[in-house]
Design a protein around this ligand. Structure first.
Ligand code: NAP
Length: 304
């Protein structure tokens, strides 16, 4: 059975960057992707914060990454990986069929934004519903937006949006915020941010695009409608790494424990992008991680 030099789990920006670096170094590289290549960025209507590219749709960016990795010589295997085992220094990636064997593995499984779970949330994503103020905030310049969440991401999003939007509603399900006090103090000082404590978004309004939200006051259980142009959902992320915990150390939230060198607790297995412990999760940092993880894998191969 073929043994790949580098098997990459996840075909998002981190994984595809790693594939480009690995394949250009002449190694046998396979990218395992269960859906379509591109990762989270596929859903972005426009990307304006990737250095060197003024504006590009997420789908175009993803397609370009795929073409570049394929042209460099990377192979693709569109199957889901359900776990990893190690045998005599070779990593075995478990699938629903034949396992994939590799000398090194780069986990680039990303993280999924936690959805609110509201009706039509998916249909309105990119049409008024967003999960990233840093990515999409500029599309709401001068408009009215709302953020749901009470962690650091929600506080950061509210601050970013308050610099762009006419009015921002910060909606949190409790009275106490989970995010840092210093961030909350800044939010409270912004005249165009209205904080709605003990509230949640209970419905999304609008047909083709979001035109407003229905919010529920959790203290008296009353509801009212709020006209907004955009809703930013910032209620945390969901990593998808449980399947690797037999071999790889995860933190309490399920992220792979790995530093800037992308090394995990298992020799020869690296973690790149949103799936690893880090504070900034952006397209450019995912690409940076992909390069670092691939170079670390090449170094590992040269020593083993
Ligand atoms: P988080 O800290 O897990 O906070 C998620 C927030 O969403 C919580 O306030 C939670 O409410 C709320 N929430 C969860 N499920 C909900 C639901 N179904 N409906 C309504 N609200 C819901 O997530 P995060 O803000 O994305 O931060 C993730 C990690 O990255 C944290 O460790 C954070 O410190 C870090 N981070 C750091 C920075 C920074 O240092 N500048 C910036 C961003 C993120 P409850 O509070 O009631 O549970």
């Amino acid at each position: 059975m073929q043994i790949w030099d580098i098997a990459i789990v996840g075909g998002g920006t981190a994984g595809m960057t790693a594939a480009i670096y690995g394949a250009r170094a002449g190694k046998k590289v396979v990218v395992m992707e269960e859906l379509i290549c591109g990762g989270q960025i596929v859903n972005a209507s426009e990307v304006e914060n990737y250095p060197g590219i003024k504006s590009i749709s997420g789908a175009e960016f993803a397609a370009s990454l795929y073409e570049q990795a394929a042209a460099a010589g990377a192979s693709f295997d569109f199957r889901s990986v359900s776990g990893i085992e190690e045998q005599d220094g070779v990593k075995k990636l478990l699938t629903d069929g034949e396992p994939v064997l590799a000398r090194t593995v780069i986990l680039a499984t990303g993280a999924r934004n936690r959805p609110l779970g509201l009706e039509r949330e998916e249909a309105l994503t990119g049409k008024g519903v967003s999960y990233c103020a840093t990515c999409d905030g500029a599309f709401y310049r001068g408009k009215v937006t709302a953020v749901q969440g009470g962690g650091n991401t929600a506080l950061d999003d509210a601050l970013v949006l308050s610099g762009l939007c006419q009015q921002v509603y910060l909606i949190h399900r409790r009275d106490e915020f989970r995010g840092e006090r210093s961030q909350l103090t800044q939010v409270e000082a912004r005249p165009n941010i209205t904080i709605l404590r003990s509230h949640t978004v209970s419905a999304l309004l609008g047909e083709e695009r979001l035109s407003g939200i229905r919010i529920r006051d959790l203290k008296d259980d009353t509801e009212r409608e709020l006209p907004v142009d955009g809703l930013f959902v910032a209620i945390g992320q969901m990593p998808q790494n449980e399947r690797f915990h037999n071999l790889i150390e995860l933190d309490r939230s399920g992220y792979i424990v790995a530093g800037e060198d992308c090394k995990t607790s298992c020799a020869g297995v690296f973690a790149a992008g949103d799936c690893r412990t880090k504070t900034v999760r952006q397209l450019s940092t995912a690409a940076g991680d992909g390069a670092v993880a691939a170079l670390a894998a090449l170094d590992f191969l040269s020593r083993s």
